[in-house]
Design a protein around this ligand. Structure first.
Ligand SMILES: [Zn+2]
Length: 386
C-alpha cells in the first residue's frame, strides 16, 4: 500500500511537472507568434503582448502593483521600419532578416547607385551615405534615434560576387513618443507583506524589419516571461510569508528604458525589495545557468549552489560579476540586491529570425522553476533569521 502510494505520488508529481512545461510552451508559442509580430513597434505587437500578460496576471488572481492597473505607462523615441525593405545587389534581390539587416539607427531611402570597396568587408556609396558591411552572422537591434546614413549588414554567404551595383528601397518611421508599459503585479505576503521578493523579465523584443519580416524572440525573452508567469500562477495559488512581486518590462532591447523608468518611478518602495531575480533568455540549459551579480551577493549565491547540489537540478551554475546587460542593472545601481539569470548551451539564435518557439529546447526550464521556488523559500528563511 505504502509502495503504491509512493508510486502514485511520483506519477502525480511528474504529471504536474509535465503540465508546467506544456503551459510554458503554450505561453512561449503565443508570445513569439506572428500575431505578436516580434513584440515591437509595428502592428501593435508590444501592446498585444502587454495585454496578454495583464490578462494572464488577472486570470491567475494577482493584484495590480499600484492597486489599480497592471500597466505602468511611459513613452520613448524609437526608429522603426514598418514598410518597404528592398535591397538589390548586383541585380539580385536579398531577403531581409535572412540575407541582410540594417543598423537600427539607419535612415530609409530609395536609391540606385554603385559601391566602392574600402576593405575586404566594407563597401561605400559616398553620395547617398550608404555603408555596406559583410558579416558572418546577422544580429538585428533597435535604436532610439535616426541617423543621416544607412548601414546595411549583409550575410557574406548570401552573395557570390562582391557588391558593386546597389538598389535600395527602404522606409523608416521615427516615432518621437512611442507609448509602452511595464506590467506590474503582486501576491501580498501573509506574514511580512512589507518584505518583497521581486521577479522580473522583459517582454519586448525587436519587432519587425520591413512589412514581411518579424523577430520572434522565443528565447529572448518569451522564455523569461513564461517562467515568470508560471511563478506568478504558482505563488497566486500558494501565497508566501513575503509579498511576491512580478514585473514584465517593456523597452529592454532599446537600452533598459522600462526598468530604468520603474526605478525612477517605483510602484513599491525599492528598499522593501529584499531580493530581485531577473530572467532573460532561459530557454536552454545544456550547460547550466550563469548568474550575474553572483560575486557581489556571495551568501545568496552559495544558497543557490547549495540548493542545486542537494536537488541536482542544473548541470552547472556559473558565477559572473556586475554587468549592465539586462533589467536588474538599474535596481543594482539603486542598491536593490539582485541576480540576473540566463541559461547556457543549446541553440545559438540571438536577435535573429531563427529565435523560434519550435526550436527552443527548454532543457532546464522545469528544473529552473523548482530551483527558483526553493531559492525564494530559502531567502525568506535566511532573511527572517538575520
Ligand atoms: Zn533579452
Amino acid at each position: 500500500m505504502k509502495k503504491l502510494l509512493l508510486f502514485l505520488l511520483i506519477i502525480l508529481s511528474k504529471a504536474v511537472a509535465g503540465q508546467d512545461l506544456i503551459t510554458a510552451k503554450r505561453l512561449i508559442d503565443t508570445l513569439s507568434s506572428e500575431e505578436m509580430w516580434g513584440r515591437g513597434y509595428t502592428r501593435n505587437g508590444m501592446e498585444k503582448a502587454a495585454n496578454f500578460i495583464s490578462a494572464s496576471f488577472a486570470a491567475y488572481g494577482l493584484s495590480p502593483m499600484d492597486g489599480k492597473d497592471f500597466k505602468q505607462t511611459f513613452s520613448y523615441s524609437v526608429n522603426t521600419f514598418p514598410g518597404k525593405m528592398a535591397l538589390n545587389l548586383n541585380g539580385k534581390p536579398l531577403i531581409p532578416g535572412k540575407d541582410f539587416v540594417l543598423s537600427p539607427e539607419s535612415m530609409g531611402q530609395q536609391i540606385k547607385g554603385t559601391l566602392i570597396q574600402k576593405d575586404s568587408i566594407t563597401f561605400i556609396n559616398q553620395e547617398h551615405r550608404v555603408l555596406l558591411i559583410l558579416k558572418d552572422k546577422l544580429n538585428w537591434s533597435v535604436a532610439p534615434e535616426v541617423a543621416d546614413y544607412t548601414v546595411i549588414e549583409v550575410a557574406a554567404k548570401a552573395i557570390s560576387t562582391l557588391p558593386e551595383k546597389i538598389e535600395i528601397d527602404i522606409e523608416n518611421k521615427f516615432i518621437p513618443a512611442f507609448p509602452a508599459s511595464n506590467i506590474c503585479a503582486l501576491v501580498k505576503g501573509t506574514k511580512k507583506p512589507d518584505s518583497i521578493l521581486l521577479i522580473t523579465a522583459h517582454y519586448d523584443h525587436l519587432g519587425s524589419l520591413g512589412k514581411d519580416t518579424y523577430f520572434p524572440g522565443a528565447n529572448d525573452n518569451a522564455s523569461g516571461v513564461a517562467l515568470l508567469l508560471n511563478l506568478a500562477e504558482h505563488y497566486a495559488k500558494n501565497p508566501q510569508p513575503y509579498t511576491m512581486a512580478f514585473i514584465c518590462f517593456a523597452a529592454e532591447e532599446i537600452g533598459l528604458i522600462g526598468s530604468k523608468y520603474f526605478t525612477e518611478h517605483p510602484l513599491i518602495e525599492l528598499n522593501k525589495i529584499r531580493f530581485l531575480t531577473n530572467l532573460d533568455m532561459v530557454g536552454t540549459g545544456e550547460n547550466g545557468i550563469t548568474v550575474v551579480n553572483a560575486t557581489i551577493h556571495p551568501k545568496e549565491f552559495e544558497l543557490l549552489q547549495q540548493l542545486n547540489r542537494d536537488k541536482k537540478y542544473l548541470p552547472k551554475i556559473n558565477a559572473r560579476g556586475k554587468a549592465a546587460n539586462s533589467d536588474h542593472y538599474f535596481f543594482t545601481e539603486k542598491g536593490v540586491p539582485a541576480f540576473f539569470m540566463y541559461t547556457q548551451g543549446g541553440i545559438a539564435a540571438y536577435h535573429d529570425t531563427y529565435d523560434l518557439a519550435k526550436t527552443l529546447p527548454l532543457t532546464e526550464f522545469e528544473h529552473l522553476f523548482r530551483l527558483l521556488t526553493d531559492f525564494n523559500a530559502g531567502l525568506m528563511k535566511a532573511l527572517s533569521s538575520r
